[in-house]
Design a protein around this ligand. Sequence first.
Ligand SMILES: NC(=O)c1ccc[n+]([C@@H]2O[C@H](COP(=O)([O-])OP(=O)(O)OC[C@H]3O[C@@H](n4cnc5c(N)ncnc54)[C@H](OP(=O)(O)O)[C@@H]3O)[C@@H](O)[C@H]2O)c1
Length: 314
Amino acid sequence: MNKYLKEYKWSNIAAMLRNNKSKPAECHESANGKLVLISGATSGIGYYTALEYASHGADLICINRNREKSKSLKAEISQKYGVACDYYIADYTHLSDVIRIGKTLSELDREIDVLIHNAGVFLTKKTITKDGYEQVYQVNFLSSFILTYMLMDKLKTQNQARIIYVNSEGHRFSLAGAQLDDPLWERHLYTGLKSYGVAKTAQLLSLIPFSENFKDSNVTINAIHPGDVKTNMGENNGKIYKFFKHLFINTLAKSPKLSAIALYYLGVSQSVKTVTGKFFNFTTEEIPAPHALDAEASRELWEKIVSSEVFRDI
Ligand SMILES: NC(=O)c1ccc[n+]([C@@H]2O[C@H](COP(=O)([O-])OP(=O)(O)OC[C@H]3O[C@@H](n4cnc5c(N)ncnc54)[C@H](OP(=O)(O)O)[C@@H]3O)[C@@H](O)[C@H]2O)c1
Protein backbone atom coordinates (compact mmCIF):
# COMPACT_ATOMS: atom_id res chain seq x y z
CA MET A 1 0.00 0.00 0.00
CA ASN A 2 1.35 3.41 -1.00
CA LYS A 3 2.15 5.31 2.21
CA TYR A 4 1.13 8.67 0.71
CA LEU A 5 -2.39 7.65 -0.39
CA LYS A 6 -4.04 8.48 2.92
CA GLU A 7 -2.59 12.00 2.79
CA TYR A 8 -4.38 12.96 -0.42
CA LYS A 9 -7.14 15.55 -0.05
CA TRP A 10 -9.85 15.99 -2.65
CA SER A 11 -9.81 19.73 -2.03
CA ASN A 12 -6.17 19.88 -3.17
CA ILE A 13 -6.88 17.88 -6.30
CA ALA A 14 -9.90 20.06 -7.07
CA ALA A 15 -7.71 23.16 -6.62
CA MET A 16 -5.18 21.76 -9.08
CA LEU A 17 -7.89 21.09 -11.68
CA ARG A 18 -9.20 24.62 -11.19
CA ASN A 19 -5.73 26.15 -11.43
CA ASN A 20 -5.02 24.21 -14.63
CA LYS A 21 -7.74 26.28 -16.28
CA SER A 22 -6.54 29.60 -14.88
CA LYS A 23 -4.57 32.39 -16.51
CA PRO A 24 -1.39 33.79 -14.96
CA ALA A 25 -1.45 37.10 -13.10
CA GLU A 26 0.52 39.78 -14.90
CA CYS A 27 3.24 42.00 -13.47
CA HIS A 28 3.76 45.44 -14.97
CA GLU A 29 6.72 46.41 -12.79
CA SER A 30 9.99 47.14 -14.57
CA ALA A 31 13.03 44.85 -14.51
CA ASN A 32 15.42 47.62 -15.51
CA GLY A 33 18.91 46.98 -14.19
CA LYS A 34 18.13 43.45 -12.99
CA LEU A 35 20.27 40.50 -14.00
CA VAL A 36 18.34 37.32 -14.80
CA LEU A 37 19.83 33.87 -15.36
CA ILE A 38 17.79 31.37 -17.39
CA SER A 39 18.75 27.83 -18.32
CA GLY A 40 17.41 26.30 -21.52
CA ALA A 41 16.58 29.66 -23.13
CA THR A 42 16.95 28.35 -26.68
CA SER A 43 13.47 26.89 -26.97
CA GLY A 44 9.90 26.88 -25.64
CA ILE A 45 9.29 28.32 -22.19
CA GLY A 46 12.89 29.45 -21.65
CA TYR A 47 12.95 31.32 -24.95
CA TYR A 48 9.72 33.24 -24.32
CA THR A 49 10.78 33.93 -20.74
CA ALA A 50 14.05 35.42 -21.96
CA LEU A 51 12.09 37.70 -24.31
CA GLU A 52 9.64 38.66 -21.55
CA TYR A 53 12.39 39.73 -19.12
CA ALA A 54 14.39 41.51 -21.86
CA SER A 55 11.28 43.40 -22.98
CA HIS A 56 10.99 44.72 -19.40
CA GLY A 57 14.62 45.91 -19.39
CA ALA A 58 16.47 43.02 -17.68
CA ASP A 59 19.96 41.94 -18.68
CA LEU A 60 20.25 38.21 -19.28
CA ILE A 61 22.68 35.38 -18.88
CA CYS A 62 21.45 32.22 -20.56
CA ILE A 63 22.80 28.76 -19.84
CA ASN A 64 22.28 26.71 -22.98
CA ARG A 65 23.72 23.61 -24.57
CA ASN A 66 23.62 24.79 -28.19
CA ARG A 67 26.10 27.49 -29.31
CA GLU A 68 24.46 28.37 -32.64
CA LYS A 69 20.99 28.80 -31.10
CA SER A 70 22.57 30.85 -28.29
CA LYS A 71 24.28 33.19 -30.75
CA SER A 72 21.04 33.83 -32.61
CA LEU A 73 19.14 34.36 -29.32
CA LYS A 74 21.75 36.88 -28.17
CA ALA A 75 21.54 38.73 -31.52
CA GLU A 76 17.71 38.75 -31.46
CA ILE A 77 17.49 40.03 -27.88
CA SER A 78 20.18 42.70 -28.20
CA GLN A 79 18.65 43.96 -31.44
CA LYS A 80 15.02 43.98 -30.25
CA TYR A 81 15.45 45.21 -26.69
CA GLY A 82 18.95 46.75 -26.42
CA VAL A 83 19.74 44.87 -23.18
CA ALA A 84 22.84 42.78 -22.50
CA CYS A 85 22.36 39.10 -23.30
CA ASP A 86 25.27 36.79 -22.57
CA TYR A 87 25.38 33.02 -22.62
CA TYR A 88 27.35 30.13 -21.24
CA ILE A 89 27.39 26.73 -22.88
CA ALA A 90 26.67 23.72 -20.67
CA ASP A 91 25.20 20.34 -21.51
CA TYR A 92 23.47 19.08 -18.37
CA THR A 93 24.15 15.48 -19.36
CA HIS A 94 27.77 16.30 -18.37
CA LEU A 95 28.09 17.29 -14.73
CA SER A 96 31.58 18.66 -15.40
CA ASP A 97 29.88 21.34 -17.56
CA VAL A 98 27.47 22.14 -14.74
CA ILE A 99 30.24 22.44 -12.14
CA ARG A 100 32.33 24.63 -14.48
CA ILE A 101 29.38 27.00 -14.97
CA GLY A 102 28.64 26.96 -11.24
CA LYS A 103 32.21 28.09 -10.47
CA THR A 104 32.05 30.87 -13.08
CA LEU A 105 28.69 32.13 -11.83
CA SER A 106 29.71 32.02 -8.18
CA GLU A 107 32.56 34.42 -9.05
CA LEU A 108 30.36 36.81 -11.03
CA ASP A 109 30.91 40.39 -9.83
CA ARG A 110 27.28 41.34 -10.30
CA GLU A 111 24.21 40.42 -8.27
CA ILE A 112 21.92 37.78 -9.76
CA ASP A 113 18.38 39.03 -9.21
CA VAL A 114 16.47 36.09 -10.63
CA LEU A 115 17.74 32.57 -11.29
CA ILE A 116 15.37 30.47 -13.41
CA HIS A 117 16.16 26.77 -13.65
CA ASN A 118 14.21 25.83 -16.75
CA ALA A 119 16.26 23.34 -18.84
CA GLY A 120 14.53 19.98 -19.01
CA VAL A 121 13.92 16.86 -21.00
CA PHE A 122 11.32 14.08 -21.27
CA LEU A 123 12.50 10.61 -22.32
CA THR A 124 10.46 7.47 -22.94
CA LYS A 125 13.55 5.22 -22.90
CA LYS A 126 15.87 4.86 -19.95
CA THR A 127 19.29 6.44 -20.55
CA ILE A 128 22.16 6.47 -18.09
CA THR A 129 24.62 9.36 -18.42
CA LYS A 130 28.41 9.03 -18.31
CA ASP A 131 28.15 10.47 -14.79
CA GLY A 132 26.11 7.41 -13.84
CA TYR A 133 22.67 9.00 -13.33
CA GLU A 134 19.36 8.47 -15.08
CA GLN A 135 19.29 11.27 -17.66
CA VAL A 136 15.94 12.90 -16.88
CA TYR A 137 16.91 13.06 -13.19
CA GLN A 138 20.30 14.57 -14.03
CA VAL A 139 19.07 17.17 -16.54
CA ASN A 140 15.81 18.21 -14.85
CA PHE A 141 16.88 18.00 -11.24
CA LEU A 142 20.46 17.21 -10.25
CA SER A 143 22.08 19.87 -12.44
CA SER A 144 19.85 22.63 -11.09
CA PHE A 145 20.43 21.34 -7.54
CA ILE A 146 24.21 21.61 -8.04
CA LEU A 147 23.99 25.13 -9.47
CA THR A 148 21.75 26.36 -6.65
CA TYR A 149 24.08 24.74 -4.09
CA MET A 150 27.17 26.32 -5.66
CA LEU A 151 25.52 29.76 -5.73
CA MET A 152 24.17 29.67 -2.16
CA ASP A 153 26.99 31.69 -0.60
CA LYS A 154 26.98 34.34 -3.33
CA LEU A 155 23.20 34.76 -3.27
CA LYS A 156 23.09 35.03 0.52
CA THR A 157 25.46 38.04 0.45
CA GLN A 158 23.24 39.89 -2.04
CA ASN A 159 20.48 42.41 -1.30
CA GLN A 160 17.95 39.90 -2.60
CA ALA A 161 17.57 37.05 -5.06
CA ARG A 162 14.74 34.87 -6.30
CA ILE A 163 15.30 31.30 -7.46
CA ILE A 164 12.55 29.69 -9.53
CA TYR A 165 12.44 26.04 -10.55
CA VAL A 166 10.39 25.31 -13.64
CA ASN A 167 8.76 22.22 -12.22
CA SER A 168 5.55 20.47 -13.31
CA GLU A 169 2.22 19.02 -12.30
CA GLY A 170 3.95 15.94 -13.76
CA HIS A 171 5.53 15.47 -10.31
CA ARG A 172 2.22 13.74 -9.50
CA PHE A 173 3.01 10.85 -11.87
CA SER A 174 5.53 9.40 -9.44
CA LEU A 175 3.01 8.22 -6.84
CA ALA A 176 5.70 6.62 -4.67
CA GLY A 177 7.89 9.73 -4.47
CA ALA A 178 11.50 10.30 -5.49
CA GLN A 179 12.35 6.57 -5.64
CA LEU A 180 15.55 7.07 -3.65
CA ASP A 181 16.01 3.30 -3.28
CA ASP A 182 16.24 2.69 -7.03
CA PRO A 183 17.73 5.73 -8.81
CA LEU A 184 18.85 3.72 -11.85
CA TRP A 185 15.50 1.99 -12.36
CA GLU A 186 16.91 -1.51 -11.86
CA ARG A 187 13.88 -2.78 -9.91
CA HIS A 188 11.12 -0.54 -11.27
CA LEU A 189 9.65 -0.46 -14.76
CA TYR A 190 10.91 2.69 -16.48
CA THR A 191 8.33 4.92 -18.16
CA GLY A 192 8.62 8.48 -19.41
CA LEU A 193 5.86 9.73 -17.11
CA LYS A 194 7.31 8.08 -14.00
CA SER A 195 10.92 9.17 -14.57
CA TYR A 196 9.74 12.72 -15.25
CA GLY A 197 7.64 12.52 -12.08
CA VAL A 198 10.60 11.32 -10.02
CA ALA A 199 12.84 14.16 -11.25
CA LYS A 200 10.21 16.84 -10.62
CA THR A 201 9.36 15.34 -7.22
CA ALA A 202 13.04 15.37 -6.21
CA GLN A 203 13.17 19.04 -7.17
CA LEU A 204 10.12 19.86 -5.04
CA LEU A 205 11.60 17.92 -2.11
CA SER A 206 14.81 19.94 -2.43
CA LEU A 207 12.81 23.13 -1.84
CA ILE A 208 12.49 22.10 1.81
CA PRO A 209 16.21 22.06 2.75
CA PHE A 210 17.10 24.90 0.38
CA SER A 211 14.47 27.26 1.78
CA GLU A 212 15.62 26.29 5.29
CA ASN A 213 19.18 27.14 4.24
CA PHE A 214 18.13 30.55 2.93
CA LYS A 215 15.99 31.26 6.02
CA ASP A 216 17.94 34.24 7.38
CA SER A 217 18.74 35.74 4.00
CA ASN A 218 16.82 37.68 1.36
CA VAL A 219 16.83 34.74 -1.01
CA THR A 220 13.56 33.07 -1.94
CA ILE A 221 13.21 29.76 -3.73
CA ASN A 222 9.99 28.53 -5.34
CA ALA A 223 8.77 26.19 -8.04
CA ILE A 224 6.21 26.65 -10.80
CA HIS A 225 4.06 24.51 -13.04
CA PRO A 226 4.28 26.67 -16.19
CA GLY A 227 1.01 25.47 -17.72
CA ASP A 228 0.58 22.71 -20.29
CA VAL A 229 2.12 24.50 -23.23
CA LYS A 230 3.22 23.68 -26.76
CA THR A 231 7.02 23.41 -26.95
CA ASN A 232 9.73 21.02 -28.16
CA MET A 233 9.46 18.95 -24.97
CA GLY A 234 9.46 15.24 -25.85
CA GLU A 235 10.23 15.80 -29.54
CA ASN A 236 13.45 13.80 -29.19
CA ASN A 237 11.48 10.56 -28.57
CA GLY A 238 10.28 7.91 -31.03
CA LYS A 239 7.53 8.12 -33.68
CA ILE A 240 4.78 6.60 -31.54
CA TYR A 241 5.27 9.04 -28.70
CA LYS A 242 5.43 11.98 -31.11
CA PHE A 243 2.28 10.84 -32.91
CA PHE A 244 0.47 10.75 -29.56
CA LYS A 245 1.94 14.09 -28.51
CA HIS A 246 0.98 15.90 -31.73
CA LEU A 247 -2.49 14.41 -31.81
CA PHE A 248 -3.55 14.79 -28.17
CA ILE A 249 -1.13 16.89 -26.12
CA ASN A 250 -0.31 19.65 -28.61
CA THR A 251 -3.91 20.24 -29.64
CA LEU A 252 -4.88 21.01 -26.03
CA ALA A 253 -1.66 22.85 -25.16
CA LYS A 254 -1.52 26.59 -24.50
CA SER A 255 1.07 29.14 -25.65
CA PRO A 256 4.42 29.21 -23.80
CA LYS A 257 4.01 33.00 -23.78
CA LEU A 258 1.66 32.41 -20.81
CA SER A 259 4.44 30.54 -18.98
CA ALA A 260 6.73 33.50 -19.60
CA ILE A 261 4.16 35.92 -18.12
CA ALA A 262 3.90 33.71 -15.02
CA LEU A 263 7.67 33.40 -14.68
CA TYR A 264 8.01 37.17 -14.94
CA TYR A 265 5.41 37.65 -12.23
CA LEU A 266 7.15 35.25 -9.83
CA GLY A 267 10.54 36.82 -10.52
CA VAL A 268 9.59 40.50 -10.26
CA SER A 269 6.21 41.14 -8.63
CA GLN A 270 6.39 42.75 -5.19
CA SER A 271 3.38 40.68 -4.14
CA VAL A 272 5.49 37.48 -3.94
CA LYS A 273 8.71 39.15 -2.76
CA THR A 274 8.95 37.20 0.50
CA VAL A 275 7.16 33.98 -0.46
CA THR A 276 9.51 31.02 -0.34
CA GLY A 277 9.48 27.21 -0.45
CA LYS A 278 6.19 27.15 -2.38
CA PHE A 279 4.79 25.52 -5.50
CA PHE A 280 2.77 27.63 -7.94
CA ASN A 281 0.48 26.60 -10.77
CA PHE A 282 1.14 29.56 -13.07
CA THR A 283 0.91 32.31 -10.42
CA THR A 284 -1.48 30.61 -7.98
CA GLU A 285 0.07 28.98 -4.92
CA GLU A 286 -0.88 25.31 -4.80
CA ILE A 287 -0.28 22.34 -2.54
CA PRO A 288 1.71 19.68 -4.40
CA ALA A 289 1.15 15.92 -4.07
CA PRO A 290 1.87 14.50 -0.58
CA HIS A 291 5.02 12.68 -1.73
CA ALA A 292 6.57 16.02 -2.70
CA LEU A 293 6.16 17.31 0.88
CA ASP A 294 7.82 14.39 2.66
CA ALA A 295 10.34 16.08 5.01
CA GLU A 296 12.11 12.82 5.82
CA ALA A 297 12.58 11.98 2.13
CA SER A 298 13.87 15.50 1.51
CA ARG A 299 16.54 15.05 4.22
CA GLU A 300 17.53 11.68 2.79
CA LEU A 301 17.72 13.13 -0.71
CA TRP A 302 19.90 16.03 0.44
CA GLU A 303 22.27 13.72 2.35
CA LYS A 304 22.56 11.35 -0.61
CA ILE A 305 23.44 14.15 -3.00
CA VAL A 306 25.87 16.16 -0.91
CA SER A 307 27.74 13.01 0.16
CA SER A 308 27.98 11.69 -3.41
CA GLU A 309 31.22 11.51 -5.34
CA VAL A 310 30.40 14.44 -7.62
CA PHE A 311 30.28 16.74 -4.58
CA ARG A 312 33.97 16.11 -3.89
CA ASP A 313 34.74 18.60 -6.72
CA ILE A 314 32.36 21.27 -5.43
N1 LIG B 1 5.82 22.18 -22.10
C1 LIG B 1 5.08 21.94 -21.03
O1 LIG B 1 3.83 21.79 -21.13
C2 LIG B 1 5.69 21.85 -19.66
C3 LIG B 1 4.84 21.58 -18.58
C4 LIG B 1 5.40 21.51 -17.31
C5 LIG B 1 6.75 21.72 -17.13
N2 LIG B 1 7.57 21.98 -18.21
C6 LIG B 1 8.99 22.21 -17.95
O2 LIG B 1 9.39 23.38 -18.62
C7 LIG B 1 10.81 23.37 -18.83
C8 LIG B 1 11.11 23.84 -20.24
O3 LIG B 1 10.60 22.91 -21.17
P1 LIG B 1 9.88 23.28 -22.54
O4 LIG B 1 8.51 22.72 -22.46
O5 LIG B 1 10.07 24.70 -22.87
O6 LIG B 1 10.67 22.31 -23.55
P2 LIG B 1 11.71 22.60 -24.72
O7 LIG B 1 11.09 23.49 -25.75
O8 LIG B 1 12.18 21.25 -25.17
O9 LIG B 1 12.91 23.37 -24.00
C9 LIG B 1 13.81 22.71 -23.17
C10 LIG B 1 15.07 23.53 -23.00
O10 LIG B 1 16.00 22.77 -22.21
C11 LIG B 1 17.21 22.61 -22.95
N3 LIG B 1 17.86 21.34 -22.67
C12 LIG B 1 17.40 20.10 -22.96
N4 LIG B 1 18.31 19.17 -22.63
C13 LIG B 1 19.38 19.85 -22.14
C14 LIG B 1 20.66 19.46 -21.67
N5 LIG B 1 21.05 18.18 -21.69
N6 LIG B 1 21.51 20.40 -21.21
C15 LIG B 1 21.15 21.72 -21.24
N7 LIG B 1 19.96 22.16 -21.70
C16 LIG B 1 19.10 21.22 -22.15
C17 LIG B 1 16.79 22.70 -24.41
O11 LIG B 1 17.90 23.00 -25.24
P3 LIG B 1 17.85 22.83 -26.86
O12 LIG B 1 17.15 24.06 -27.40
O13 LIG B 1 19.27 22.76 -27.24
O14 LIG B 1 17.08 21.57 -27.14
C18 LIG B 1 15.76 23.81 -24.34
O15 LIG B 1 16.38 25.07 -24.30
C19 LIG B 1 11.24 21.93 -18.53
O16 LIG B 1 11.86 21.89 -17.26
C20 LIG B 1 9.92 21.15 -18.52
O17 LIG B 1 9.99 20.02 -17.69
C21 LIG B 1 7.05 22.04 -19.47
